[in-house]
Design a protein around this ligand. Structure first.
Ligand code: ZN
Ligand code: ZN
Ligand code: ZN
Length: 319
């Protein structure tokens, strides 16, 4: 992500800021130019900013919502205690997701008028109730998110129970969006042969594969060929996990270039992955100095690097 600055005093500000802490100017992020503007002076704010303080983006010209909030199909029941803050954390992560989708040209790809190929991307944020559990997932362009994942204690409990190395709201959103973009970047453009050569045949029985994964554990070649244990469950999950990691790496590399941690070079797939490995090791060392968990607790083996490069190239092809 690029460094953002206050349009009034040029002080560096964070992506989520809605006020400049240096000059008190009210800020809004405009996803068109990917820049901060003066709220309500330069542009109208998203309705979710004024109504619920869950957004700091400017509204689309033809909607009362911003680009990210406009994709919401369902928001949580805000009369339930705690749901507003859970939803706010999810929207914060979703805007970061959308920043990368805008940068990569994927917002445009998903807006192309080919409804016969894929439905529009929509989100529903739900809180579980006694008689209605919520399962995070993707189906036909609709991403469902269990907002309990916005709570640190609950998410950490689930991460530990599942033996995962990393679990965040942003990770969920990037993973589920990956399933959606498989429809656009692989399926609808008939890239099945190339996909299967790298990820395996996605036509194998999904529920059987998932059942096997949860009962018998990950595949024996998990360490050598897959970014996470879950990726080894089925080619669709491998793609979604790899797509999420591509976005993790891409966004962090963009930020690293912006702040001078790595040189500004053209990032093709190979370069992106090759430069990421030493950078992620250095970032892990910084985290260890602070006594916190590794920033990137993953190993990129050759098959995993090839999958990341495949995702990069599939995105480039679509532009
Ligand atoms: Zn300022
Ligand atoms: Zn919004
Ligand atoms: Zn998935």
């Amino acid at each position: 992500m690029e460094l953002l600055s206050c349009p009034q005093c040029a002080q560096v500000v964070y992506f989520d800021n809605d006020v400049c802490l240096s000059c008190n100017t009210r800020l809004a992020f405009d996803p068109g130019p990917l820049a901060m503007v003066k709220a309500d002076v330069d542009a109208v704010m998203c309705k979710n900013a004024s109504n619920h303080s869950v957004c700091n983006w400017t509204a689309l010209p033809d909607s009362s919502f911003c680009l990210a909030c406009n994709a919401n199909k369902t928001i949580p029941d805000l009369s339930a205690h705690g749901n507003l803050s859970r939803w706010r954390a999810m929207e914060q992560a979703k805007r970061r997701l959308y920043y990368s989708l805008r940068e990569l040209g994927l917002v445009e790809v998903s807006a192309q008028p080919f409804p016969e190929r894929a439905p529009p991307l929509r989100f529903q944020f739900l809180g579980a109730t006694a008689n209605r559990p919520v399962t995070t997932g993707h189906e036909d362009g609709l991403i469902t998110i269990d907002i309990a994942e916005a709570e640190d204690a609950e998410r950490e409990r689930r991460r530990d129970a599942l033996g995962e190395d990393y679990r965040t709201p942003l990770g969920h959103l990037r993973h589920e969006t990956g399933h959606y973009f498989w429809l656009l970047l692989v399926d609808s453009v008939n890239q099945h042969d190339g996909f299967r050569a790298i990820f395996g045949d996605e036509r194998q029985d999904y529920s059987k594969a998932l059942k096997h994964h949860y009962e018998k554990g990950p595949r024996a070649d998990r360490q050598d060929c897959y970014i996470t244990a879950y990726a080894s469950a089925h080619p669709h999950e491998d793609w979604a996990e790899t797509f999420a990691h591509y976005l993790h790496i891409y966004d962090t590399m963009m930020t690293a270039q912006e702040i001078g941690f790595i040189p500004l070079v053209e990032l093709d797939g190979q370069t992106l992955v090759e430069m990421w490995i030493p950078l992620s090791v250095r970032l892990n060392l910084l985290n260890r100095s602070m006594g916190v968990r590794d920033l990137y607790p993953f190993v990129l083996t050759k098959p995993v690097r090839d999958k990341l490069i495949y995702v990069h190239e599939a995105i480039q092809r679509s532009r």
